[in-house]
Design a protein. Sequence first.
Length: 480
Amino acid sequence: MIVTRHISLDNDCISKLQPYVTRHKGNFSAAVREIIDHVGKSVYPNNSSAMDASLFKWVLSETDGLLIPDNVLNEIIDPMRMNSLRKLEEYLNHRFGELEWDINIGLTSDNDTNPSDVLAQIKGESGKIKFIARILAQYLVKNSLRQSPLEIKSVVRFNDCMKVEFSRSNCKDALNSLVTFFGGADDVVKAIKSRPDFWRAVIDRHILSNFNMVTVHRNYFEDLLANNIPLGEITIENLAKKPIREIPLNEMLLLIKEVYETSRVADRVEIDKETIILFHNYRAKEAIEKIKKILITLLEANGHLYDAKSTANMIVLTHRPDVGMKVDEIVDNLKTSSSRVDQELIMFVTYLKGLKDIPDIPLSLSALGRKTGKSLMQEYEKENGIKDWNLETFKKAFEMINSKLHIESEWKLEGKNLLYTVHKCNIATEGNKFDKYVCHTARETFKGALNYAFGNRAELDVRKLLTHGDKFCEVVIKIP
């Protein structure tokens, strides 16, 4: 039954009714019915989702950086509304108008049903516009994936306005952009919820130790236990999503800073152009030296040679591109002059002798030697059609190299092991003068070749060294 009543309203009441009248296209009665219905829901708790203002503000703050589950998003906005951006805009303004959020949403695009570019503009209260922008961005990205994926290109925020720009892209970049701009804490929260006991224990230990805990990859830790220098950094490769060799140097330095600081291996890492300064509080000299070698090896794996100096609480690594360029030159010559390996090796040794007067370079020479050893084996492998390396093929390769460098050596099998003895090294000895730098680099060249042929399977047992006062060098190669 319809009951007709006459009521009087002042201008203030009429202005408050105006948004409802506009939404119902001038139908004053429909506008009043909506207001009455809305008030009724607020009065009766069973039909109300009203929330205290301070609690609501806290909820918005605490969910910042979290994406809404897809099933909840679909309940908030029907996926079928993606068929028209104009209708989506009308629906959202109506939906949030019902909630009296005092929000205005505008969507502009190059095409209403299949857009390549979209600009979303949300105006209103500062605490609410980011929440709505997140819902809208997630809705547009997720529901565009099947047809024309939309990637978030930029997010600009003013006091009472946010603008989100979308452009057509691919599924991977579209989803990544959603995490980058609105879901920064999503993976973290999911990980914690999946294993709460584990993360509670980890956090407690860090707090109790005043954040003096160190967190490293299991393979990295295993290398340290085996007294080996880790050949790479798995965490860095995982973060970069590509092999270490393919990471640009400037990006590599930032990743080292991030990984070494967050793992607590270092207290602080500073980067000055291409120089790395690592601050620490380690007391054992041996530990500091090992960290130096790990960093040198890591940067070498990235294709760059560095020198390192250390003080009581600081390690400084300096880029040596001059050495790196020389290595590249040697490698290029070896590739194009396979019949002149001996001349290239002599050039290499001559260059080493020129380096000996430069202070503080042993670590660069180590890297240089290992890289050259690897290059020599690669060229020998190509020339001789080597498919798989074994002790016999490795022995033949170095017999050839040693003969060209006039190194007097001897090889003997001891069961499954190979005994390698150098009686006289002409490249390290000039007259009666022994060059420890050249000797050191020649040994590193041998190690680089061995590592290329056998990887971590090879174990090198050093028995005698000229640098230790022995009359000859003797090592045993063990392959399980």
